[in-house]
Design a protein around this ligand. Structure first.
Ligand SMILES: *Cc1c(COP(=O)(O)O)cnc(C)c1O
Length: 388
């Protein structure tokens, strides 16, 4: 039995040719392909500006920095995410806190967020920024989060690492209509890939300029951003703030640009796979992904919930049945604050009961455009067998 992973990239000859062309060109980094890739993503999403970097983690970090997140600030996110959604705030010296999830979408709960904001205002501990995560590629309720940001004065970074190609209220995720900055990941398991890579989108010129500087050592060669110096000295660049080397290469950007041309086809294929699972599982005593009418998911992940009270089997029994059949399902995610590093910061079980219950029931099934019908049938058969 060949191994079936939960996610993997789809690379075709056009992708390979695009990468090889860069290898034959003058620039391996800081050439023309990075801005072309940035423009392609910004245009697709309907955002004004894009800053491509070497990972979504870096994009989240420079997004926090650009919004002025620093020591003494508090940043909130969901516990059901990859650790990077919280670490970005810690890199800036801020503290993090977590808002429980919605029982249907598993995204950040608007009810819990509203309650927590009221309490935070009362005790004078409002967040500087909130980082909603579009889990599995399904958008959060951004209109409500935006309305709360206006009321309580916090910034919004959308962690859309799962969600390029998804839609919210019929528009592309990434347009930043309800946020300051949106971030995508291009890790190979995500919707499109640059091997490692990420991007930050914004409609704000000031945020764009700051994120560009943070990407490259805090350096600018824009005369408008440079201080005046004696005319007999040559100053072709200046370091204005402390920044990093978070640049993406031309090689990666070429792969990304080629993959962007295939994005709609990838998402269509993911929808077909999701539909096939939905139909196959319609009579099974498990919970399949619930979709809000305002959203069209990119289906980065297809998650099921296994409850012993529904099906008589535990998550572990089903999980191990998959592994025994060489189907590498996964758990997305362990609540971030239950990680040892966060427990050492003082977080304890019980903080987000909905998220903790979800962690004990969720399994991510194989979901990627090159998953064949035969392999998907194998996944379905193993699940049916495990539940019988
Ligand atoms: C993958 C992922 C990240 C990090 O992406 P990298 O590109 O690997 O740094 C951040 N947040 C979420 C929700 C992710 O799934």
């Amino acid at each position: 039995m060949i191994k079936i992973p939960y996610g993997r990239q789809d690379i075709n000859q056009a992708d390979i040719d695009a990468v090889v062309a860069v290898l034959h060109s003058d620039y391996l980094t800081q050439g023309p392909v990075v801005p072309a890739f940035e423009n392609a993503v910004a245009d697709y999403c309907g955002a004004k500006h894009a800053i491509a970097v070497n990972s979504a983690t870096s994009a989240l970090h420079i997004a926090c920095l650009a919004l002025g997140v620093g020591e003494g600030d508090i940043v909130w996110t969901t516990p059901i995410t990859f650790v990077a959604s919280a670490n970005c705030a810690l890199y800036c010296g801020a503290t993090v806190d977590f808002v429980d999830i919605d029982p249907r979408t598993y995204n950040i709960s608007i009810e819990r967020l509203t309650e927590k904001l009221l309490e935070a205002k009362r005790i004078g501990k409002l967040p500087k920024a909130v980082i909603p995560v579009h889990l599995c590629g399904q958008s959060c309720d951004m209109a409500s989060i935006y309305a709360l940001s206006q009321q309580y004065g916090f910034k919004i970074i959308e962690d859309a690492s799962h969600a390029i190609g998804g839609k919210y209220k019929n528009d592309a995720i990434g347009n930043c209509r309800y946020s300051d900055i949106t971030v995508f990941s291009f890790h190979p398991v995500k919707i499109i890939t640059t091997a490692e890579g990420g991007i930050a989108l914004t409609n704000d010129l000031v945020l764009r300029d700051r994120m560009r500087r943070y990407r490259t050592h805090g350096i600018s060669s824009d005369p408008d951003q440079m201080q005046s110096r004696p005319a007999d000295e040559i100053w072709n660049y200046q370091q204005i703030s402390l920044g990093y080397n978070y640049r993406i290469t031309e090689i990666q950007a070429a792969l990304g640009l080629s993959q962007m041309r295939r994005l709609d086809e990838f998402v269509l294929q993911r929808h077909k796979i999701a539909e096939c699972y939905d139909v196959a599982f319609s009579e099974l005593p498990i919970t399949t992904p619930w979709q809000h009418q305002d959203t069209s998911s990119s289906y980065h992940l297809y998650t099921i919930r296994v409850r012993p009270s529904d099906c008589g089997k535990t998550q572990r029994q089903v999980y191990e049945a998959f592994l025994a059949s060489n189907i590498w399902v996964n758990i997305h995610y362990i609540p971030v604050y239950r990680q040892p590093y966060f427990e050492n910061m003082g977080f304890r079980s019980g903080l987000c009961p909905e998220a903790e219950q979800y962690h004990k029931e969720v399994i991510s099934l194989p979901m990627y455009p090159t998953l064949t019908a035969t392999d998907q049938e194998r996944v379905i058969a193993v699940l049916k067998e495990a539940l019988s």
